[in-house]
Design a protein around this ligand. Sequence first.
Ligand SMILES: [Zn+2]
Length: 306
Amino acid sequence: MVKPGFDRRALLKGGLTVTVAGACGLLGTTAARAGEGVSIPRIYSTAEWNARPATGPIVVENHKPTYIVVHHTVDPGNNEDYSLAHALQISRDIQNFHMDTRGWIDTGQQFTNSRGGYVTEGRHRSLEILRGGTQHVQGANVGNHNSECIGIENEGLYSTVDVPKALWDSLVRMVTYIASQYGIAPRFIKGHRDFNSTECPGQVLYNRLPELRTEVGNALGVAVTEKAGWPLLKPGDTGQNVLDAQRLLRAHGANVPTDGVFGPSTKDAVNAFAASRGVTPTPCYATAHADETGFLGSDLWPLLKS
Ligand SMILES: [Zn+2]
């Protein structure tokens, strides 16, 4: 699949470049830069949405990000205002929430994608640094991984419903551009839950990440390899994964049943285990209201299995 707007000849060139890169090992962190074959998305800068100035210095790290991370904002929900004005408004709302409630110096994520498909710069300097393609603006959107991750907050809540087409198309273009600028291989496109025990970016959008990797890979002309992530378990879940988790929790001394039902005692045991290992709960940072205590995800499975 080639997305409209991409130059097929340039894409072919990108594909040839990748053959060379493949010889050096495409399984590494680098992929060929498709360069001129990738369209540059319109990104509305902090100045264009009248961002407040940051209250502290923006940290620019002298390396590229490793991962592109997909989030959902949860709030303000699945709004049906698809206008540019709305996209600029939620950029201000999120910045206010992050600065006034979370106490951060600025917006947490590097970029925001609205349901109407408008992309805005989040944290100051993110756009300029992305254009440069060699450095990374440290954000606050993936707990314990902010030096490695560049994050896109997608407006809405996607646990049970799908994203609007405009948002999806815009996400594909934006992730393709970021991957191209930094030479990030499609398999390093991740969801927030691949790092923290959070619902983010919602089960439905998370399920579409393989499709996102494929579309980005096609646009860049690079091969896509998939690696299965850890399952996310939540209170109320049932089944084999819950049973596996209960057995592992018991092996670590927790008094939980082995009934395959994620009930209150299992939730308490997950919380206690996380605390004992110094893993603090990290719900999606753009979320004001979600209770994600007791979730068992990517940050806890490796510890449970060790
Ligand atoms: Zn998130």
